[in-house]
Design a protein. Structure first.
Length: 104
């Protein structure tokens, strides 16, 4: 079995096991979206919890997705939802800028 075959099987498993990512609906209160996102995050953590390469998977996702548009981030990687990874990417960028700024 090649690497591509394994990746396709994992993606298929994720699609069948996890519900679609929650998106804002018209006339839906913000609390409803927040609740759906929390439920999705819990499922993502539960799905990835037993994986022995969870940390490496998250690191790879953060590196790969750092250059993508935020609308291109999808699915569960490293036990995180797309919006969680986006927040981590933003935090890393800010920390890098702080470290790169010369102190006076």
């Amino acid at each position: 079995m090649g690497r591509g075959h394994v990746e396709r099987r994992v993606r298929a498993l994720v699609r069948t096991w996890l519900p679609p990512e929650p998106t804002p609906q018209r006339n839906e209160p913000a609390e409803a979206l927040i609740a759906k996102r929390e439920q999705y995050e819990a499922l993502a953590q539960q799905f990835c919890k037993p994986c022995p390469v969870r940390a490496e998977c998250l690191e790879l996702a953060l590196r790969e997705e750092a250059q993508l548009f935020r609308t291109w981030l999808h699915s569960v990687r490293g036990g995180t939802a797309p919006w969680q990874r986006l927040n981590l990417i933003v935090q890393r960028r800010r920390a890098t800028k702080r470290l790169a700024t010369p102190r006076r």
